[in-house]
Design a protein around this ligand. Sequence first.
Ligand code: SF4
Length: 319
Amino acid sequence: MGKRGVQYFTLSEIEPRVWFMLTGCDFQCRGCFRPARDGGGTLLTAEETLERAEQACRRHYGELPSKAMITGGEPALDRDFLLTLVRGLKERGFEEIVLMSNGYKVGGGEREERGDFAAELVDAGLTEAHIDIKAFSEEIHEWYTGKSNKPVFNAVRALSEAGTELLIQTVFMPGIVEADEIEKIAKFLSGVSHEIKYRINPFAPTFAFEEVTRRPTIEEIERAYELASKHHPNTIISRSCYREYPTPPAQETWVTVYPDLTFKRRTIKDQEEDRISWLTRSKSSTREEILRAVRGKGDDPEYRRRLEEATRKFFKKNF
Ligand code: SF4
């Protein structure tokens, strides 16, 4: 089994919960806003990753939490690493083990050896998966991510068959992935299982790798919601972790633990700084150029208020 880059662990202050941030990704989404995409972090085996996370949790919470979120980057790049990680969490008593993935490797990648990986993950202890369906049309998906979406659809079917809880997410991108694409994804999901949760997120151009489009209007997102929920009632609009709804607490900082077990309380400002240095490095631009490019595209409080309203309006109790 290989090693994976671990950027950091995040410890939630809303409830005991640990996030694993693994680096590297097999997609090249044009609108990606995750510095973990391009690698980096500390190379660790799955066992080493588990040990460091355990020490971080015990130091902060005094015990192990029962919930773990595995994210990145793309967590499923190395099958054995991910299976060992999930198994290790289960053995340590974690009750909720959530994978956040683009679905490509889980659905078989180029080799179409689908099915087994999803079933193995569930056997190992996975309880929930969050999979992004970036686009329904193969053409748009390939243009946006550089890869086919067939393995992603395979992953959704296989994970559903394997019996894990599923949340599918799509980003509304004006002129690229609009209501028609979202409606088709909702139809596909309703054909797989009505139990699947479907979440529509708005595109945020601020720290996107490429500013492929603008932020959608609230009306555009609501229209997509109406079309999607006709086929798949288990749909919501959202902007952040759905676990925090319907009343998300104000959360301005995160407890970040680096693999060398250094603790840092990071703020939204720190997160922005990470993104600015990522864009500066990856795009070979100066900091000033990046700042000029993102200026004026930050969070608009009025937009945020209206989005919160839309989120609450269509919130479902079972989410
Ligand atoms: S799947 Fe796309 S958005 Fe997610 S980390 Fe990879 S490149 Fe970025």
